[in-house]
Design a protein around this ligand. Sequence first.
Ligand code: G6P
Length: 611
Amino acid sequence: MCGIYAAVNNTPVVNELIKGLDSLSYRGYDSAGVAVFSGNHIERRRAQGKLECLANVLYNSPIDGNVGIAHTRWATHGLPNELNAHPHMTSKVAVVHNGIIENYKALRDFLTDADYHFESETDSEVIPLLLTYFLDRGLTAEQALKSTIHKLDGSFALVAIFQQSPYELYAARQGSPLVIGQSKTGFSISSDDNALPENTEASCHLQDGDLARITQQQLTITNFYGDDIKRSLIARQTQADVTEKAGYEHFMHKEMHEQPKVFKRTLKHYLQAIEVQGETHLSLKPLTKLTNKISRLTVVACGTSYYAGMVAKYWIEEFAGVPVDLDIASEYRYRKMPMNMQSAALFISQSGETADTLAALQHAKQAGQTCISIVNVTNSTMANESDLVLPILAGREIGVASTKAFTAQLAALMAVTLTLAKSNGLLTHQDEDRMLTELFSLDSVMTAVLAQENEIKAISKSLVSSDNALFMGRGIAFPLALEGALKLKEISYIHAEAYPAGELKHGPIALVDESMPVVVVAPNNELFAKTLSNLREVASRGARIILVSDSQGIAQASDFIEHAITLPKATDLMVPVIYNLPMQLLAYYASVLKGNDVDQPRNLAKSVTVE
Ligand code: G6P
């Protein structure tokens, strides 16, 4: 995990490094550091805590130079303190690393026996010490780097600067992303394309096994054995995305309010208008790899993307008649299940870089599956490795807790569902036109739901007074209960669990008393009466019920509930898009009321690039 940024320029780079780290801080924010060639030697500054802490250190003890490396950390090995912050260095080399060195214990023992001294508890520090070990034995910077890399097991992206080559950066990639940008003044390296500076004219993604040597004027790429590799620097389009808060207090708040627009944009991408007998109809754009008969689909993801996948399971089975196996990526990648060669596997990821989902995709690909990915970042590793990429076009999501990406994933998954239904002969042209027309106007319904913000804010007060909360839902509402509970625990730190409504009495009901808020997600569909019975069961044990339903549903439960959030009547395709919105707002306001850091909640990172 963690974010790497580095630059070699014809002007001082520290401001650029800090700006780059700021854009990368979604990848980790427990400590940060920089190292630059200041005069004729490497100088380092590090600080525990958010980037402001490093900025303060630099203010009090400035350094600058034209070549530098920087890092924002999410702790995996060792406490989040200054000693464990990157860059790690010796008198000969400084290194920033993203990933996990799995054999670090053996390497640490080897280096300790050879009289090399460790300052930190991190796995990463073996890299500069191994480099120093090889430099001490007369190897050049490049030779030392190759020898070091051959000793590392695990995943890494790393950038190093060497005391003996003050005008060069060295970068290597094995399993964690790195992109190199070129501008008129030099080169920048980053874990994420979006963090490259605005004046970047062309960029190039390193691939696994690439080793790059970068000076202010030249980029050379080889493999880990020294053979030349040709990678083109591709001209960049201007970044359309605005990364400002646009008057909102938090990115999450802004991103929640972008959802109607994002939903419409994503859906539109998968639709086309066709003329039938002089009339215009909406139709799905063909997705060829999906229309080849798929008899069974495996859906794999992590976190919020996994819950989008669970919604898809309900949809695809109901509307397209295709059985769906749903898996958490970290489980799927190691399960030794038999795979049917005719199957397709669908991977959902906002970032396209989540280590477990990426490894699951590679596992499925090796087993001969057709791999489809639904991603927001279309130049991500997952997108590059998939047979079919379905973009969600959500724009850059900065809040660590995912909101608009989930909604956009649902829009893409609607297109997948209806495409499969159509190719299985379960969707007539008339139904296709009618359903797409209804869905296409859902943005105005979403806007109306978001406008209930003040009432939902008042209801969130009743959550904040409790340390625990339960969520429940049945059928299509169950994944939304799970996502609602995840959102609440992520940003408000209130312990929240979600259960299928029918399962509560098999254990969690023992937790229910007068202090327990229970959020009941109950669209007024054919399962409503069943959920209502479960609502009564918890209500009769004193639970404080927050019911999310339509006005008819709420009228039937009015005697039992403390609060209600009234939503419009909706079909099973619309429910997830609409019902998720109040759940996001509940979590958001609970977090705001508790004074938490909404956009960068503790211990979390937006893109989890370690397993
Ligand atoms: C992290 C983020 C979540 C996200 C999950 C999966 O846990 O904090 O918001 O849902 O990773 O990320 P992905 O990029 O694969 O969707």
